[in-house]
Design a protein around this ligand. Structure first.
Ligand code: GUN
Length: 182
């Protein structure tokens, strides 16, 4: 898909009552990337951090979350994690945008309609930049994420404009900049 046709959703003023009910049933809270989340599992086994420069640090073997983007909060902003993350679609439809350090931009539609070509399970390796947007016509995208080793904010980094320009060039960065936090 050419980046020109990437649809950036406009947030609605409020959540619908069915989305509010989903947020409440799953005890989700706002995520700094956009959308909502809840930690559902922290593996009780602890391992030494495998990442460079973190001697003496530990991580849970894995952590899991529900993550939701909605009509009111339809964008997960560009960021990367050191850990690899296994994502599984639970309901709804969205589009993932991945940026490799080489500058290659990859985008695909995620959801549960596997016969219709939606990707129901996808792995984002540590170090890749990722963002997601709600697909037009979808009220929400609910997924699970399993983070290995477990999530820690010190392994997380938001993309900034200058870095985006460096990686993908000025033209692509202009098109992708609505997906930046800053
Ligand atoms: N992203 C993936 N897992 C987590 C988590 O456990 N907490 C936060 N804040 N973000 C995450």
């Amino acid at each position: 898909m050419p980046l020109q046709t990437l649809k950036i959703p406009i947030p609605t003023p409020n959540e619908t009552s069915s989305t509010r009910s989903l947020i409440s049933v799953l005890s989700l809270t706002p995520h700094p990337e956009g959308g909502y989340f809840n930690r559902t599992h922290t593996n009780p086994t602890t391992i030494p951090s495998p990442f460079p420069g973190q001697i003496g640090e530990t991580r849970p073997l894995s952590t899991s979350i529900f993550y939701l983007i909605t009509a009111h909060s339809p964008i997960m902003r560009f960021h990367k994690n050191r850990s690899s993350i296994v994502h599984t679609a639970v309901r709804g439809r969205g589009r993932y945008v991945l940026i490799h350090e080489s500058g290659k931009v990859e985008t695909f539609v995620v959801g549960c309609d596997v016969e219709g070509g939606e990707v129901a399970q996808w792995v984002v390796e540590g170090g890749l930049w990722k963002a997601s947007v709600l697909e037009e016509g979808a009220g929400e995208l609910l997924i699970t994420e399993v983070v290995v080793p477990g999530f820690d904010f010190s392994d997380h980094e938001f993309m900034v404009k200058d870095r985006l320009v460096d990686i993908v060039g000025l033209d692509a960065a202009e098109k992708l900049s609505p997906l930046l936090r800053s």
